[in-house]
Design a protein around this ligand. Structure first.
Ligand code: MEV
Length: 329
């Protein structure tokens, strides 16, 4: 008996370098793809059943393809892949399949596992069904899926990193996605030991913006200037300037209330150990921070983060500028 082939696609995690939160309101940001990947494997079935196995699902989730398209409820651990299937099937015929996802890293880190799994699923499913998508179409379908799964919240910068890889200058909703030819960046990454909810922290920033619109608008403007300066400093590989801009970026994020004592402790430890600068990376509330340091200071900065004494905090080994979504051999 012959089995239909399994198609596996993978997509990288992301690190927000500069411009989080402001990017939701139209300012640019700079994001890099990290060399930690999420894989989605699709095997087509000859009936109409969809069976999903994922690390966050205690047991496989099964449903009929048509029911998924019509909006059948999915458990939280399958929300993004189900939204990805729906996004694909709005313009293609639903079909039975088995889908298995795996990640190189914990979803707790906040490194974009949800957007990466969405992109990998769309890429694997389209390849399995013989549909040719260019990178722009892959971005569009995946971003639609992420917006559906996150109730309309999200700038899409993480989806762009997962699709295109490298380091990108990005403006919502993806009209500007410019690759920055930077090679690898000298970053050290620390996990705060706390998993944060992106939607919750985006909503908190939105709440502050409603109460103090003029002030927060100034902060978004500063963030826009900062991102443009950071772009130029990165291009010159001027690490001291890049570090200072990370410090300013972190100060602006503290001003809108999204940093925490843990993130601040790790950031100060990294600076004291010789980093040029450090900031939280992403929505805040927890997840990861990044520090920019000369190679010669990496061990000292990593030791300072590991020695923070914060329960659950750790260094995450990551290389930047990773390849975007691809079909695995
Ligand atoms: C979260 O990783 C980054 C935010 O800017 C939200 C977004 O851009 O979707 C806070």
């Amino acid at each position: 008996m012959t089995h239909p082939p399994t198609v596996t696609a993978s997509a990288p995690a992301k690190l927000m370098l500069y411009g989080e939160h402001a990017v939701v309101y139209g300012a640019p940001c700079i994001v890099t793809a990290a060399d930690l990947r999420v894989r989605a494997s699709v095997t087509l079935r000859d009936d109409d059943r969809v069976i999903i196995r994922a690390p966050l699902l205690p047991e496989p989730f099964a449903a009929r393809a048509d029911d998924i398209l019509r909006g059948a409820d999915a458990p939280p651990g399958a929300r993004f892949v189900v939204a990805a299937l729906r996004a694909c099937w709005r313009t293609a015929t639903p079909c039975g399949l088995e889908l298995r996802t795996q990640a190189d890293f914990s979803h707790s880190y906040g490194l974009g596992s949800s957007s990466a799994v969405t992109v990998a699923t769309v890429k694997a499913l389209s390849a399995a069904t013989g549909r040719v998508l260019d990178a722009r179409q892959l971005f569009r379908l995946s971003y639609d899926a992420v917006l559906e799964a996150q109730e309309g919240i999200g700038s899409g910068y993480d989806v762009a990193a997962a699709v295109f890889g490298g380091t990108l200058y990005y403006v919502t909703p993806g009209d500007v996605i410019e690759p920055l030819p930077l090679g690898e960046l000298p970053l050290v990454i620390g996990y705060s030991g706390v998993k944060a909810s992106t939607t919750e922290w985006v909503q908190r920033a939105a709440g502050l913006r409603e109460r103090h619109p003029a002030l927060v608008q100034h902060i978004w403007r500063l963030m826009q200037e900062l991102v443009d300066e950071a772009r130029a400093a990165l291009a010159r590989r001027d690490w001291p300037a890049c570090g200072r801009l990370m410090d300013i970026n972190h100060g602006l994020l503290s001003a809108i209330g999204v940093s925490t004592a843990r993130l601040d402790a790790l950031i100060h430890a990294a600076r004291a150990a010789g980093a040029h600068g450090a900031k939280l990376s992403g929505a805040g509330g927890g997840d990861c921070m990044i520090a920019l340091a000369d190679e010669g200071r990496h061990a000292a900065v990593a030791a300072a983060l590991d020695g923070s004494g914060l329960p659950g905090a750790c260094v995450v080994a990551v290389r930047t500028g990773a390849e975007g979504a691809r079909i695995e051999a």
